[in-house]
Design a protein around this ligand. Structure first.
Ligand code: SF4
Length: 73
């Protein structure tokens, strides 16, 4: 299992993640990205995933590097 960790407070709202990986990412009305189905606490969103899928493109294309993919130990 992997985990996506999204530092939502660092998001500048460029929209790239929602374009390259729309099954996981969408833009919210506040102008920042939203990780679909994730838990949010103190500005950090986390979601367990079995397949990295397009999240690798989302992470690598984020201009402020606020999308992280970790091993879920
Ligand atoms: S790519 Fe990064 S900065 Fe752009 S909307 Fe997604 S999380 Fe925010």
């Amino acid at each position: 299992m992997k985990k996506i960790i999204f530092e939502r407070d660092k998001c500048i709202g460029c929209g790239t993640c929602s374009v390259v990986c729309p099954s996981f990412w969408k833009m919210e009305n506040d102008g920042r990205a939203f990780l679909i189905g994730a838990n949010e606490e103190n500005g950090i969103m986390e979601k367990d995933i079995s397949e990295i899928s397009c999240n690798i493109e989302a992470s690598e294309s984020c201009p402020v590097q606020c999308i992280h993919i970790k091993d879920n130990n």
